[in-house]
Design a protein around this ligand. Sequence first.
Ligand code: FES
Length: 119
Amino acid sequence: MANITFSSPLHKDKTVYAVAGSHKQTILEIAKENHIPIDFGCGNGECGTCLVKVFSIDRKKRMAHPLTEHETKVLKEMGKITQAQIDQMRVDDLMPTEWRLACQMVMRDEDIIVEYPSR
Ligand code: FES
């Protein structure tokens, strides 16, 4: 089971939580279970409220977490991803940017860092 570390640069105490997530849960579901205050609205990848930044634990390698169709559309509308990045994602099947929607990204077998809020 992979670990997910939640971090918020806006919290004065820089509290970091590390919890294990299953491969069926979204980041938002894991955050809710662990009382991590990530804002959300629709829960369906349409409003962009749950915007977060996601990194591999070493913050270096690109991860194999391609965006969902909902994420692709919303992140492009929000100016967080370019068409060139979308095209490259469809070629290499890797995460094109650190921006994600917490309600759409499902954990895989990889330790990650999630920064919130990201705006
Ligand atoms: Fe609306 Fe995630 S809660 S996009």
